[in-house]
Ligand binder design. Structure first.
Ligand code: CA
Length: 234
């Protein structure tokens, strides 16, 4: 059962959402302010967070930034006020995965939460979180879009570099064969570009290594076998 943390200071809304999300099969824990939320996040593991931005004590935006520093892969859906375009943009820039504008339909919240949780279960997320947690600048790879971040900084990646990085992160600590990479790259079996890509693989690895400088991660060349993403920090 997915575990959710709901952070909302409006008692009525919080109780209503709690009941409905529980009915929809989630295990819900609720917090009425940012301080309580942080305490819960420090001592529990959640699969996702629903975060109201307008909160007492610690603002929702600060809670969001706090979450992103500590739990880069935790899915967060923010609730914003109507017409709060600035909030929405700021929230997404601060690392929210999705947003809903109040008032919203319960069905939409559930659909969006479902999508978020599904995406988060893709292996690239889990891999990136665990491996990168030793480093000051965490690597986070989006599992569906060609995007990745080192800390707060977006990496400039081509589609192929992202596909390669996603694969290495998913298999972190294990050897990824050249064939596996080429298979990811080819859009169809027997793709005509595969031969070109094979020669180019070294170049892509080299480029990725440069982009991962200071990340605490290294792509090791395992002679005769392939490549392995490993942590350079103990
Ligand atoms: Ca509020």
């Amino acid at each position: 059962m997915p575990t959710l943390l709901l952070i909302e200071d409006d008692d009525l809304l919080r109780d209503g959402l709690c009941a409905q999300l529980a009915q929809a099969g989630h295990s819900v824990t609720a917090a009425a302010d940012g301080e309580a939320a942080q305490a819960l996040l420090e001592s529990n593991r959640f699969d996702g967070v629903v975060l109201d931005l307008g909160l007492p004590k610690i603002s929702g935006m600060d809670v969001l930034r706090w979450i992103r520093q500590r739990l880069p892969a935790l899915p967060v859906l923010i609730l914003t006020a109507r017409d709060g375009v600035d909030d929405r943009v700021q929230g997404l820039n601060a690392g929210a995965d999705d947003y809903l504008t109040k008032p919203f339909e319960m069905a939409e919240l559930q659909a969006r939460l479902g999508a978020l949780l599904r995406r988060a279960r893709l292996p690239a997320f889990g891999g990136s979180l665990e491996l990168a947690s030793h480093s000051a600048r965490r690597l986070r790879v989006d599992a569906t879009l060609p995007q990745a971040w080192l800390g707060d900084e977006a990496l400039e990646l081509t589609q192929r570099e992202w596909a390669l990085l996603s694969l290495l992160v998913t298999q972190a600590g294990r050897v990824v064969s050249r064939e596996a990479v080429l298979e990811t790259w080819s859009t169809e079996p027997g793709d005509a570009t595969a031969g070109v890509a094979s020669n180019a693989l070294e170049v892509y690895i080299h480029r990725l290594r440069r982009k991962l400088v200071d990340s605490g991660l290294n792509i090791r060349n395992v002679r005769g076998l392939g490549y392995m993403l490993e942590s350079t920090t103990p």
